[in-house]
Design a protein around this ligand. Structure first.
Ligand code: FAD
Length: 315
């Protein structure tokens, strides 16, 4: 019996969430006196998962899995879980994992709890803390089924390096007939994806037009950040829809979220509530975002942002 983890990768590179779910699973495994087995699909560097607590990696190499397909991926993880006799399966809270987790739970006859933010306080009973109402509250939920599927909120547990090593085994599960294939469009820039970004620089309608996004991109470049935007900005075609964050867009769980010319409407805040530190730059001191922010600058973005870039470059 081990704890099984599905570790996501993109173009062969393990995502930060992959390292986080393994770190999280290791904390549960230590409580239960067992080990962590990771499933990695077409990942190049699977053995590195040992450093975050995986004792074993089941490495799947199959071109048919190059594009995400929830049915196929759920089948892969289900077979791995059954082979390992896993009682707990951990996935991330990415769009792909949220899509496959219910299918996996059905296949394993397991209870599934999403948006989990902490390791369980007790593994008997198995009680997990999850965020609810767009991170405005938390609920403790007991999973009573024999097998449990846990969806960990991104950037909630963090990365814990244990310095261990993992054995890597080839794993060749059978794949079901293909259903719908979903291609994830997750790149905000060619460099950093919103889901994996430590820092996100986001612009709103206060920036007046797409021609003014040069300074947003430059600030993001200096900080090694991803760029994002409010919904009206992507609706107006100023930025691609893949950058839209909020209730109807992507969730952001970065360590730092810088909102520039964004009012802070409830639907926008719903998507960024789980970011750790929020900084707002807005001309209007009454903008609702200031109530949700950790730091605020009341000022004109066209004056503040260039100065910020200048200071950061000199740093
Ligand atoms: P505005 O509300 O126009 O705010 C612009 C801000 O820029 C103002 O606060 C202004 O003071 C400031 N500003 C102006 N000039 C400057 C300057 N020179 N320097 C600095 N600041 C300046 N929105 C989302 O973002 N994400 C969602 O997922 C989302 N989902 C929605 C779902 C539903 C069902 C509905 C009804 C709405 C949704 N919205 C969403 C829209 C949301 O309600 C707001 O309308 C939207 O977030 C406002 O975007 P904004 O802050 O960029 O623009």
């Amino acid at each position: 019996m081990s704890i099984l983890v599905y570790t996501e990768s993109e173009k062969g590179k393990l995502k930060k969430t992959a390292l986080e779910v393994v770190s999280y699973a290791k904390a549960i495994a230590d409580q239960m006196g067992t080990t962590v087995t990771a499933v990695a699909v077409n990942a190049d560097n699977a053995e590195s998962l040992g450093n975050y607590g995986a004792a074993k990696v089941l490495s799947v190499k199959n071109d048919a899995l190059n594009k995400f397909n929830a049915k196929a991926y759920a089948a892969v993880i289900e077979q791995a879980a059954k082979q390992e006799g896993a009682k707990v399966v951990v996935v991330s809270s990415s769009a792909d994992s949220k899509y496959l987790a219910p299918l996996l739970a059905v296949g394993l006859e397991a209870g599934y709890v999403s948006n989990v933010v902490e390791a369980p306080s007790s593994t008997s009973p198995f009680v997990v803390k999850r965020s609810v109402f767009t991170n405005k509250a938390f609920a403790n939920t007991e999973i009573t089924t024999d097998v449990k599927v846990v969806g960990l909120s991104n950037n909630s547990f963090g990365l814990v390096e244990s310095g261990g090593t993992a054995s890597v085994e080839d794993f060749s599960p059978s794949l079901p007939d293909s259903g719908v294939t979903v291609e994830s469009v997750d790149k905000a820039t060619d460099k950093v994806s919103i889901a994996d970004a430590e820092i996100v620089v986001s612009g709103g309608r206060g920036l007046k037009g797409p021609e003014n996004w040069g300074m947003i991109e430059e600030l993001a470049e200096v900080l090694g950040a991803a760029t994002a935007c409010s919904k009206p900005v992507s609706d107006l075609g100023w930025r691609p829809h893949s950058e839209h964050v909020g209730q109807t867009g992507k969730p952001v769980a970065s360590n730092l979220y810088i909102a520039i010319g964004i009012s802070g409407a409830i639907q926008h805040l719903a998507g960024i509530n789980s970011s750790k530190v929020k900084v707002v730059i807005n001309t209007d001191p009454e903008a609702p975002f200031f109530k949700a922010a950790d730091y605020g600058v009341v000022g004109d973005a066209f004056e503040v942002v260039p100065k910020l870039i200048e200071k950061l470059k000199a740093f």
